[in-house]
Design a protein around this ligand. Structure first.
Ligand code: SAM
Length: 256
C-alpha cells in the first residue's frame, strides 16, 4: 500500500477528519469502489479495492487528479511559479478567467478566503482573496498521491451522478453528496433539484443488494427517506453559524 498523503486541495465537506470513523464501516472485500462525489480526494486512498471509479461533477477536480497522475513534477513547477507571484491583483485576474488549468485551480484554492470554492449561478468563482501566506507545493505529498494513483487501477471520470450499469453486489459505493438542506453550490445548479432522484437511486441499489455508505447531515428528511437503514451519528467539530452540526452515515450493507 502507498503512503498516506494529504488531500491536494481544501474542499468544503472534506472527510479527512472523519475518515477514521467512516472507513471501518466499509466492506473488507470490494471489487470496484465507486466514489461519485469525489471532492478533494480524502477517502479513496484509505480503501482497499481491486478497482476504483472516482468521479465528480466538477471537471477541475478530475483534471487536477489526472495532472497529478500523469506529470506531478510539471504541475508542481507550474504551480510554484504562480504561488511565488501571489498577490491580490494576480488572484483577481486568474479568478476572472473562468476556465482554469490544474495549476491555476490549485492556486485559487490556496489563495482564496478559507480555500472556499464557490460558484455563483452563472458559474463564476466569487470567493474573495484570502490575504494569507501561501507555501510552495508539498512535493513529497504530491509524489505520494501520484504513486497511489499509479499503483492502483483507477478510473477518473468527470460526470454527474448516475447509477453505473455494470455495478453489482461485490462492488461498493461511498456517497458524500452535497448535504441535505444546503444549497450545495459546488456546481452552478446546486444539488437540491436532483437530490430526490439520487435518493431513489440509493434505494434502488439497496434493493439490488449493492452495498453503500452515505454521509449526510442529520435532518428529518434523511431520517425519513432512510428510516429502514442503519444510521450512525458521527462526532464532529464542524459547525455552521456557530451551531454544532450533527453528521450521520447511513449504512446499507448489501447482501453481506
Ligand atoms: C461534500 S463534497 C465531497 C467531499 C469529499 N468526500 C471530500 O472528502 O473532499 C460533494 C461533491 O459532490 C460534487 N457534486 C455536486 N453535485 C454533483 C452531481 N450531481 N453529480 C456528481 N457530483 C456532484 C461536488 O462537486 C463536490 O465535490
Amino acid at each position: 500500500m502507498s503512503e498516506v498523503f494529504k488531500p491536494p486541495i481544501k474542499w468544503v465537506g472534506g472527510k479527512s477528519s472523519l475518515i477514521q470513523q467512516i472507513q471501518p464501516l466499509f466492506p473488507r472485500d470490494i471489487a470496484t469502489f465507486y466514489e461519485p462525489f469525489l471532492g478533494g480526494f480524502s477517502v479513496a486512498q484509505h480503501v482497499q479495492a481491486d478497482r476504483f471509479v472516482l468521479s465528480d461533477a466538477n471537471p477541475l477536480l478530475i483534471d487536477l487528479c489526472r495532472a497529478i497522475s500523469m506529470d506531478w513534477e510539471g504541475l508542481a513547477d507550474e504551480t510554484d511559479q504562480i504561488f511565488s507571484t501571489n498577490s491580490k491583483d494576480q488572484y483577481l485576474k486568474i479568478r476572472a478567467l473562468g476556465d482554469w488549468t490544474p495549476a491555476q485551480f490549485l492556486y485559487l484554492n490556496r489563495a482564496s478566503w478559507r480555500g472556499l470554492w464557490r460558484l455563483n449561478k452563472s458559474g463564476q468563482m466569487n470567493t474573495p482573496y484570502g490575504e494569507g501566506k501561501i507555501h510552495l507545493v508539498d512535493r513529497v505529498n504530491m509524489r505520494k498521491m501520484n504513486q497511489w494513483l499509479n499503483h492502483n487501477d483507477v478510473e477518473l471520470v468527470h460526470k454527474l451522478w448516475a447509477i453505473p450499469k455494470e455495478a453489482g453486489p461485490t462492488d461498493f459505493f461511498y456517497f458524500d453528496p452535497p448535504y441535505d438542506g444546503t444549497w450545495g453550490g459546488y456546481t452552478p445548479n446546486g444539488f437540491s433539484s436532483v437530490q430526490a432522484n439520487f435518493f431513489r437511486d440509493c434505494l434502488d441499489l439497496a434493493d439490488r443488494g449493492i452495498p453503500w455508505v452515505m454521509s449526510n447531515s442529520d435532518t428529518p428528511e434523511m431520517r425519513g427517506v432512510f428510516r429502514d437503514f442503519e444510521i450512525k451519528e458521527l462526532s464532529t467539530n464542524r459547525s455552521i453559524n456557530s451551531k454544532k452540526r450533527v453528521e450521520i452515515v447511513i449504512i446499507n450493507r448489501g447482501r453481506q
